[in-house]
Design a protein around this ligand. Sequence first.
Ligand SMILES: NC(=O)c1ccc[n+]([C@@H]2O[C@H](COP(=O)([O-])OP(=O)(O)OC[C@H]3O[C@@H](n4cnc5c(N)ncnc54)[C@H](OP(=O)(O)O)[C@@H]3O)[C@@H](O)[C@H]2O)c1
Length: 336
Amino acid sequence: MINRRVVLAAHVSGMPRESDFRIDAVDQPPPGEGEVVVRNHYVSVDPGMRGRLSGEASYTAPVPLGDVVGSATVGRVIASNNDAWPVGEWVAGAFGWQELGLSPGGRGIRRIPEGPIPPSAHIGVLGIPGLTAYFGLLDIGQPKPGETVLVSTAAGAVGSAAGQIARINGASTVGIAGGQAKCRWLTEELGFDAAIDRLAEPDMAAAVARECPDGVDVFFDNVGNSLIDPILPLMRQHGRLVISGQTADYNLGREERVGLKNTRSFITARLKMQGLVVFDYAREFSKAWTELTGWIQDGRLKYREDIVDGLESLPAAFVGLFQGQNFGRKLARLVS
Ligand SMILES: NC(=O)c1ccc[n+]([C@@H]2O[C@H](COP(=O)([O-])OP(=O)(O)OC[C@H]3O[C@@H](n4cnc5c(N)ncnc54)[C@H](OP(=O)(O)O)[C@@H]3O)[C@@H](O)[C@H]2O)c1
């Protein structure tokens, strides 16, 4: 078997470029003792991957030059030397941007339950994005009925789930997204109370003050300091800031990043700000899957996938994340 892959051709500096990646092909030997070979049908495209591509240490190891770019994957077992993982079974894994993945003894893969929810959702709303929204919002944000939850990149994979989970928990929900189509989706289809088009609002503090007239109780942020700073004075007493991601900062050098000036609000409004690494909640994932699945099935949690075709599309899809080109969970389909 031949395995085609997208590998890192150059360490990324500043905004990623398509030329930072290249496609190669390697032999995939048949599975050895206990091994399982998976053909990836969908692979994810994640802004958080940017931190591993510059060659610097993050909370996960950097991707060495020539290595496969990491991502979530979902696919089917195509060759198996392991009775627990029969050929044909759908599994989710983290094999990255490549056609095939090898699991020793079933490690690193999980079975996808059969049912009406399509396999791709298991690396989206039921994958790391949905789990990040779930634990970030419920464990750190802790929204209460009647409170106001503000969510950034609200039409993205994490943000769209976070806003809907806030709503399910009785909070009023305001999303920030780039463009009118995304904002319409939030209010007309996902039930957000209001949406702010970041591309049409020169003064974000004024826009948030307008849409959240009583202030913000929970701010679930995926953007970074340039957005957090203007929101700080708008936080209500005992407000909580959930630091989920920093998409606007990932491509900036340390000196280029904006700092926080409005930190006095932490004292005057008794605020708390906390970040999360979703994998810290791994022991609780099954509880979250049960609840998220229930919400999808009863129609309260909707999701959108933005799918490109083929390995060749992946570098441009990744670059596009930082230009707001994705609308929902960005995926590449490798098997049609
Ligand atoms: N903490 C964790 O454990 C964890 C786990 C998974 C993901 N995350 C983080 O969650 C965040 C969201 O991930 P996702 O997969 O759901 O991505 P996403 O929101 O679906 O895609 C990225 C979006 O970010 C927005 N954006 C891009 N550049 C921007 C800029 N310069 N300023 C403001 N907004 C910008 C764009 O949306 P608009 O144009 O619509 O604004 C773009 O569509 C990421 O920061 C990711 O690293 C954290």
